[in-house]
Design a protein around this ligand. Sequence first.
Ligand SMILES: [Zn+2]
Length: 60
Amino acid sequence: MIRKHVCPTCESEYELTSAHVPVRDKDSISCQICGTEIISWNGSRIWDAKLLKRGEPPSP
Ligand SMILES: [Zn+2]
């Protein structure tokens, strides 16, 4: 399963790909640009994120 996700903070675009693994996994992926958590999981479906378009990190 592939889905597109836009970071709510910096508007970077990611392509998220899910995969099923035989064991439960608990992890999360954060935005490479601003560090906002994009997705988290706890179970046998894990995710991988590919950066499609860089957004602008929020100014301090
Ligand atoms: Zn971001």
